[in-house]
Write a protein that binds this ligand. Structure first.
Ligand SMILES: *Cc1c(COP(=O)(O)O)cnc(C)c1O
Length: 380
């Protein structure tokens, strides 16, 4: 029987163990040692971000961003429903209401033309999610936010090393959040980063991250003792995790290039099916440069998608779908949403299938995926 092709397998560069061994030798395991600051600096320099603070996850970075934007009970936040729960949770946990806006059929990102209609006197922030490392229309979104006095917080969990008109995703809004979870392009198990582009937010961000203390100022020698100054929490990653991540970030270009090859192989292999309208392929608009985070196809309807998913599983290929739209989830319903509120989100999420995508997938494995999709769709 054919070997199973997994959906994801985190890539290991080989240097991780060496870097971790170094910090064990140095006995410096908590945050903001050589590797934590090294990761932050690398991201700052490469992506032209004023300040990067490493966090334990993208979820943590989004939570910090929500606190920094001063959001509270009664406020509204505009975001897509086609996203992960963390995007909404960060704001909902502070008492705000999510206002879900439908997505564009080409990029599956927030439809910028629908945002203005969703703005009310209570709106405080817009949270664009850059799906699959393809940017939202940030010029239009920044312009709207400027006119209405709203914060822009980019959920760039999937957007590390992707660009919008040469600007790095995460560097465009007031704040941005990155993920280095196992399933993303550059991994450390669980890790993230908060990108701070509005310098007025930096001092408070450091305090929130350091348990509500001004310890960061103390470490820099700006105050002679540190103390509790505000409400905060602990959003510090372990130095062990950042040592792992540093090995990955150093190899960012090679990892991206490999992901481009995997993307191109699928794209070419499936393009004749796309020409015959048996499936749809991802679109990258002019001005967007993607990081090839994932590869999805759009099937004609939900039944075909579910049939193909089961067929691939029978043939030992692990594909998957996402997201269950947030507005149609039990939590979404609590906010008064119902099925049929966001037709494009519902239609597209029902037809989407993600293919196995990881750095060491082989060409024979990718060919097997393409051949099985072709066999299934042509037999119908
Ligand atoms: C992965 C992901 C997150 C959460 O990232 P963690 O690092 O696991 O907390 C948030 N938003 C989106 C869009 C994601 O893809």
């Amino acid at each position: 029987m054919a070997q199973e092709i997994p959906f994801n397998r985190p890539f290991i560069t080989g240097k991780e163990i060496e870097y971790i061994a170094r910090i064990i030798a140095d006995r410096k395991l908590s945050a903001d040692g050589f590797y934590t600051t090294g990761c932050a600096r690398l991201l700052q320099d490469r992506f032209d971000i004023k300040k990067v603070l490493m966090t334990p996850s993208c979820t943590g970075a989004l939570e910090m961003a929500a606190v920094l934007s001063g959001i509270g009970p009664g406020d509204e936040v505009i975001l897509p429903s086609f996203t992960f729960s963390s995007t909404a949770n960060a704001f909902v946990r502070l008492g705000a209401s999510p206002v879900f806006v439908d997505i564009r059929p080409d990029t599956l990102n927030l439809d910028e033309s629908l945002i203005e209609g969703a703005i009310t006197a209570r709106t405080r922030a817009i949270v664009p999610v850059h799906y699959n490392g393809v940017s939202c229309e940030m010029n239009a979104i920044s312009d709207l936010a400027g006119r209405h006095g709203l914060m822009v917080i980019e959920d760039a969990a999937q957007g590390v090393n992707a660009f919008y008109h040469r600007r790095a995703l995460g560097s465009i809004g007031d704040l941005g959040a990155y993920s280095f979870h196992d399933t993303k392009n550059y991994v450390a198990g669980e890790c993230g980063a908060l990108c701070i582009n509005n310098p007025e937010l930096l001092e408070r961000a450091e305090i929130i991250r350091e348990k509500g203390t001004n310890r960061s100022k103390f470490v820099r020698g700006e105050v002679d003792k540190y103390t509790w100054v505000q409400i905060g929490s602990s959003y510090l990653p372990s130095e062990i995790v950042c040592a792992f991540l540093y090995a990955q970030l150093e190899m960012m270009d090679a990892i991206s290039e490999r992901r481009r090859q995997i993307h191109d192989f699928y794209y070419t292999g499936l393009s004749s099916l796309a020409d015959e309208h048996l499936l749809g392929l991802p679109v990258t608009p002019e001005g967007c440069s993607t990081n090839y985070h994932l590869f999805y196809i759009l099937l004609p309807d939900r039944d075909t998608r579910n049939g193909l998913l089961a067929y691939l599983k029978d043939n030992r290929i692990r594909a998957t779908f996402h997201y269950v739209p947030l507005h149609s989830s039990p939590m979404g319903r609590k906010f008064g949403y119902k099925e049929s509120d966001l037709p494009l989100t519902e239609d597209l999420s029902a037809r989407l299938l993600r293919l196995p995508f990881f750095n060491d997938i082989t060409e024979p494995e990718q060919s097997r995926v393409v051949d099985q999709i072709t066999a299934f769709l042509r037999s119908r």
